[in-house]
Design a protein around this ligand. Structure first.
Ligand SMILES: Nc1ccc(F)c(C(=O)c2c[nH]c3ncc(Cl)cc23)c1F
Ligand SMILES: [Fe+3]
Length: 290
């Protein structure tokens, strides 16, 4: 018999307002605010806006991944192993911090840079893995389209309309950047049981019967196996982020995310004393964060 697809329903909507973060940076925090916790495996989603001398100077990470997706402007990044790079509009940096990274993330020159940074938790088995980068210029973030051509999807992770992302994820993750023309319908399979949400960037797409406005997080039910969005007379842009829950205990202390308080104390000591993956932390200073 034909398997009827069940729509995931919207269970919560939250509007994000700007707050200060880093050094002079402004972010609209979606996941990670009081109303949007416990969305395992996702720890934080920031829509950031950074100009001039502002940015995110030297700081550490352990136990999770940071996914930086540029919307406009150009960011420079530099880490304590001397790894440096630039990411511009549409470019993606999927950084698996694992055992430990210390880096700075700053706008190039005095441009205003905007984008999204998503923090994805790692399973305990991978939290102390060697750090790794997957840096994809926009040309390597594949485009998918609906049959009528009214919906374009940049497939950052997972798959959409039969197009697979290039990025490898430790646990199953979907990360889709969807642009819809007026009078369009977007339809996406997301397995039942997955955590799933939309974060709106522009326009007023409706998710099922739920209307939306920009800078809104719409959390979907775990029940159901696909998401649908429609546009009326206006166009719309939003991301869909979904993933299989890891189901382990989360103990977070800022940019350290582990499973026990002891592991957090060890992360803080390793970072301060330069041990266990943070050897260069005590002596390193970035060029770009000065
Ligand atoms: N206070 C604090 C503590 C630890 C951090 F890792 C950060 C941090 O680096 C960021 C937090 N939101 C972000 N959005 C985009 C980018 Cl590129 C970086 C960040 C930070 F700001
Ligand atoms: Fe960082």
């Amino acid at each position: 018999a034909a398997v009827t697809k069940a729509l995931k329903r919207v269970v919560k909507t939250v509007l994000s307002i700007e707050q200060s973060e880093g050094q002079g940076a402004r972010v609209r925090r979606s996941i990670g605010t009081y109303n949007l916790r416990n969305l395992d495996p996702f720890l934080m989603l920031d829509e950031f806006k950074v100009g001039g001398r502002a940015g995110f100077p030297d700081h550490p990470h352990r136990g999770f991944e940071t996914v930086t997706y540029m919307l406009d402007g150009t960011f420079e990044h530099e880490d304590f192993e001397g790894h440096r790079g630039k990411i511009g509009p549409g470019d993606l940096q999927w950084m698996t911090a694992g055992k430990g990274i210390v880096h700075a993330e700053m706008p190039l020159g005095s441009t205003v840079a905007t984008g999204l940074q998503l923090w994805v938790n790692l399973p305990s088995s991978a939290k102390m893995m060697p750090p790794r980068y997957q840096e994809l210029p926009k040309e390597q973030v594949p485009d998918a389209k609906s049959d009528d051509g009214k919906v374009t999807v940049k497939v950052i992770a997972g798959s959409s309309y039969g197009v697979e992302a290039k990025v490898h994820t430790v646990t199953p993750i979907y990360y889709l950047d969807i642009s819809m023309q007026p009078n369009a319908t977007f339809d996406q399979e997301i397995p039942a049981g997955y955590t799933a949400f939309a974060y709106t960037l522009a326009g007023n797409a409706a998710f099922g019967s739920q209307p939306s406005e920009p800078h809104c997080t719409l959390v979907f039910s775990k029940e159901g196996d696909h998401i649908q969005a429609t546009t009326a007379e206006g166009s719309a842009r939003f991301v869909i982020i979904a993933g299989e829950p890891i189901g382990e205990r989360i103990v977070q202390h800022g940019p350290f995310v582990m499973n026990t308080e002891l592991e957090i104390r060890q992360a803080i000591m390793d970072y301060q004393l330069g041990r266990n993956g943070f050897e260069k932390a005590p002596v390193w200073e970035s060029e770009i964060g000065k």
